[in-house]
Design a protein around this ligand. Structure first.
Ligand SMILES: *Cc1c(COP(=O)(O)O)cnc(C)c1O
Length: 362
């Protein structure tokens, strides 16, 4: 047998993750100057990061010969959520904590349930643990919670739920979600991924953290990559029972979060003004983009995050013609949506560049 044949078959069967095209890559490919490129492909914050986070990061740059101390961020998150520090697990991005949950509960002979068109990291985490993936057909592009509940088997250990979902933007009303938690067996973990939570209008939001008291099988994940603008630093967290958090910490690599990310996250969490500004920009930009899509007669999925998913004829061709104009959006054929494109909401000027380029690309 060849060396590669010796690799674990379930690892060889995994489809690689396709990231949004980096600005520098498009610049190399098309010879477009970096500053002329608009990237609206990875749900990043168009305002960058909080100036306070940047200052904290610069200060922390003087500590890099030392291993990190994650106490301050855990303490800040404890104050932010009202949970004890031993119920918070930090990750190198929230993708890392998703993987930790999978490592604790999944292996060969076990399964996880997830929705068609849901976030790509759930299959990655499930399959790389050697477990089986049960894919439940979506309803109106979102999670069909009744069907997901029905799909749970005796060997199912995790159900993955994103709210709002990426790449579709769907939002599950909280009463439905709570009824789902009540219906799921108590020995199955429900992972509620709230990467876009901070973008929800306050009227739409309920305190899901309070649900942890009622549902010890609930794990909530959140990130500093989206509204806090720290995607490149890689920092996110999970909120769980003390027992689950303890197990996740056992499989976590020590020092998985670096000094710069820890310091920036503490400052970012405290900068309410920057979060409010990012939220307001996103609401305005969402209206701007949706109005533009409507002018072009394009359908979109109701949006609840910092991106809008819209339908075009010939998504691959439109994407290519956008790229030629220096505008990067996200094709989502890999998510089973080959006729759709996902655009991240940018600044007013970026949104305008996108809408003008789209008009030409159509
Ligand atoms: C962007 C995103 C994340 C965040 O990933 P990080 O690893 O924290 O950058 C998690 N879940 C969903 C659904 C996302 O879209």
């Amino acid at each position: 047998m060849s060396l590669i044949d010796q690799a674990l078959p379930y690892v060889r069967a995994i489809s690689p993750y396709l990231p949004g095209k980096p600005i520098t890559e498009l610049a190399r490919e098309m010879g477009i100057p970096v500053e002329k490129i608009v990237k609206l492909a990875s749900n990043e914050n168009p305002l960058g990061m909080s100036p306070k986070a940047k200052a904290a990061m610069e200060k922390a740059a003087g500590t890099l010969e030392r291993y990190p101390d994650d106490f301050d961020l855990k303490k800040a998150l404890s104050n932010h959520t009202g949970l004890d520090m031993n119920r918070i697990v930090l990750g190198n991005g929230s993708n890392d904590v998703l993987d930790l949950i999978a490592r604790v509960f999944l292996a060969a002979g076990r399964s996880a349930v997830f929705s068609q068109h849901a976030f790509a990291v759930y299959p990655l985490a499930t399959l790389s643990a050697g477990a089986e993936l049960i894919v439940v057909p979506a309803k109106d592009f979102g999670h069909d919670l009744d069907a997901m509940q029905a799909a749970i088997r005796p060997d199912t250990r995790i159900v993955w739920v994103a709210n709002p979902n990426n790449p579709t933007g769907n939002f599950l009303p909280y009463p439905q979600l709570k009824a789902f938690l009540q219906a799921v067996p108590a020995d199955v973990v429900v992972v509620l991924d709230e990467a876009y939570n901070e973008y929800l209008p306050p009227a739409d939001r309920v305190d899901t953290v309070a649900w942890l008291a009622e549902f010890p099988n609930l794990v909530i994940t959140r990130t500093f990559s989206k509204i806090y603008g720290l995607a490149g630093l890689r920092i996110g967290y999970a909120l769980a029972s003390a027992e689950i958090a303890d197990l996740m910490n056992r499989v976590r690599q020590p020092f998985n979060c670096n000094n710069l990310a820890l310091a920036a996250a503490v400052a970012a969490l405290a900068d309410h003004e920057f979060v409010a500004k990012s939220y307001a920009l996103n609401r305005a930009g969402m209206e701007q983009i949706i109005a533009g899509l409507k002018r072009h007669g394009l359908a979109h999925i109701p949006a609840h995050g910092n991106f809008v998913t819209f339908k075009v004829n010939d998504a691959a061709g439109v994407n290519q013609r956008l790229l030629k104009q220096g505008v990067i959006v996200r094709p989502i054929g890999g998510y089973g949506l080959p006729d759709w494109l996902r655009v991240t909401i940018g600044t007013e000027a970026e949104n305008l560049r996108f809408l003008e380029a789209l008009e030409k690309a159509l």
